[in-house]
Design a protein around this ligand. Structure first.
Ligand code: T4K
Length: 360
C-alpha cells in the first residue's frame, strides 16, 4: 500500500535546478546575499507586487526580526490557534504573549475580543492568517490605530494570497512568511519579512546581517538571518511553477469540498480574498469522530495532521495555561487532510470514501 502523507514538497525537474548549480560553482558565491538571493528578492517583490521585501532563513526568525525591528516590549496580543513558532517568537524576544479567542468560522483571532485583552503593557497584535485565510485586517487596523499598537501578521501560510487585489503582505506594520519545504511555495528552508516602509526595511536588513551597516559599522543589534544561494536557486526555479501548482491544488480542494460537503465543516474563507490552497483543514463533529477518522486513514497508510492541536493557550510548559473554550473546541476537531501538487484526484476520492465510511 502506498503511503500518503499530509504534504509532500514540490520539486521541479532536477535539470532546472542543476543549471543554477553551474552558476554557483562558477561564482563561488554561496551565501551572504549573493546574486541569486538578490535576484530572488527582486522577483518575489515583483511577483507579489510589494515593496520592502527581504528573503531570510526561515519563517520563525522572520517573526523574531519583526518584533526586534518594531522594538516591541511588554505584552503582545496573539492567537492560540497557530504553529508554536508564533508564540515562541514572542517569548524569544522577551515579550509576553496574551491569547485571545479565535472566530470558530474563520479560525483566525476574533477582532471583537481583542480590545478586552489590551492593557497598558500591550505593545502589539501578532495575528496569524491561519491556513492562508486572511484575518479581518480592517477591524484589526482600527483597534491598533485606536490604541496605538503595532501589527505583525504571521503570514507563514499565506504566500500569494490577495485581499481586494492587494497582497496580503501589504497589511499591518510587518508581515512574515515561511518558505519551508511544506509550504505552497518554498525554498527548502526560507522566510520573508515585508515591511510597510523603507525605514523599517533598512532596520530589518541590518538585523538580518548581524546589525552591520556596511563592513565595519554597526547600526543595531543583529542576528544571522541570511539565506543561501542554494535556497535562493530553488526559489527561483519554483517561482516558474506557481500557477500550475495553484491550479492543481485548487482542483484537489474543490474535489474534497464536493465529496465531503455537509459531512465536515470547512473554514469560512475571507470573501474578499483569493486562496492558495496550501492546507486542507476539515472540522469534524467531535474529537471522537476525528480520532476514528484519523486512525482509519492510518490503517490505510494515509497520514493526516492535527494542525493545531493542542491549543497553544493550554499546552506550553513555559507559560501559564488558560482555558479558551472556542479555541480548544476547534483545535480538538480540526484535522488537516493530505494536499500537495501531485496528489491525484483518485487518491482524494479514496481518502474521502474512507472518511465517509467512518462518519456516514
Ligand atoms: N508561523 C506559522 C503559522 C507556521 O505554520 C510556521 C511553520 C512558522 C510560523 C514558522 O516557519 P518556519 O520557521 O518553519 O519557516 C511543519 C513545518 O516544519 C513548519 O514550517 C510549519 N509551519 C508547520 C505547520 O508544519 P511539522 O513539525 O509538522 O513538520 P513535519 O516534519 O512533521 O512535516 C510535515 C509533513 O510533511 C510530514 O508528513 C512529512 C512531510 N515532509 C516534510 C518535510 C520536511 C516531507 O515529505 N518532506 C520534507 O522534507 O512542521
Amino acid at each position: 500500500m502506498k503511503k500518503i502523507l499530509v504534504t509532500k514538497p514540490f520539486l521541479p525537474p532536477k535539470e532546472s535546478y542543476e543549471a543554477y548549480l553551474g552558476q554557483i560553482w562558477g561564482s563561488r558565491w554561496l551565501t551572504n546575499m549573493g546574486p541569486l538571493a538578490t535576484e530572488l528578492e527582486v522577483k518575489l517583490a515583483q511577483h507579489l507586487n510589494v515593496n520592502n521585501l527581504l528573503f531570510v532563513t526561515n519563517g520563525t526568525i522572520a517573526l523574531q526580526m519583526a518584533i526586534k525591528a518594531l522594538d516591541l516590549k511588554g505584552e503582545i496580543i496573539t492567537t492560540p490557534f497557530s504553529f508554536v513558532a508564533t508564540t515562541n517568537s514572542i517569548f524569544w524576544e522577551g515579550c509576553t504573549p496574551v491569547f485571545v479567542e479565535i472566530d470558530p468560522s474563520t479560525l483566525n483571532i476574533d477582532p471583537s475580543k481583542i480590545e478586552a485583552a489590551i492593557t497598558e503593557k500591550t505593545s502589539a497584535i501578532m495575528a496569524t492568517h491561519v491556513f492562508g485565510n486572511p484575518c479581518d485586517v480592517e477591524a484589526i487596523q482600527k483597534i491598533a490605530d485606536k490604541h496605538d499598537l503595532k501589527i505583525i501578521y504571521d503570514a507563514a501560510h499565506a504566500f500569494n494570497v490577495k485581499i481586494k487585489g492587494r497582497s496580503i503582505f501589504d497589511f499591518g506594520d510587518i508581515s512574515t512568511c515561511s518558505l519551508h519545504a511544506t509550504k505552497f511555495y518554498h525554498t527548502v528552508e526560507g522566510g520573508l519579512v515585508i515591511s510597510k516602509n523603507k525605514a523599517l526595511k533598512n532596520k530589518l536588513e541590518y538585523i538580518r546581517n548581524h546589525g552591520l551597516n556596511g563592513k565595519t559599522e554597526f547600526a543595531s543589534i543583529g542576528t544571522n538571518a541570511k539565506n543561501s544561494e542554494f535556497h535562493a536557486a530553488l526559489g527561483l526555479v519554483n517561482l516558474n511553477y506557481i500557477d500550475v501548482i495553484l491550479r492543481q491544488r485548487k482542483k484537489i480542494t474543490q474535489r474534497y469540498e464536493e465529496r465531503l460537503q455537509n459531512k465536515v465543516i470547512f473554514p469560512e474563507w475571507n470573501k474578499e480574498a483569493t486562496q492558495n490552497y496550501g492546507f486542507l483543514p476539515a472540522i469534524f463533529e467531535s474529537e471522537e469522530q476525528l480520532l476514528k477518522v484519523k486512525e482509519f486513514l492510518e490503517e490505510h497508510q494515509i497520514f493526516t495532521r492535527r494542525y493545531f492541536h493542542p491549543a497553544l493557550s493550554s499546552s506550553l510548559p513555559y507559560m501559564e495555561s488558560c482555558h479558551l473554550e472556542i479555541t480548544e473546541n476547534i483545535s480538538k476537531r480540526n484535522l488537516c487532510l493530505p494536499i500537495y501538487y501531485d496528489l491525484s484526484l483518485e487518491d482524494v476520492d479514496k481518502i474521502c470514501e474512507l472518511i465517509l465510511k467512518v462518519i456516514a
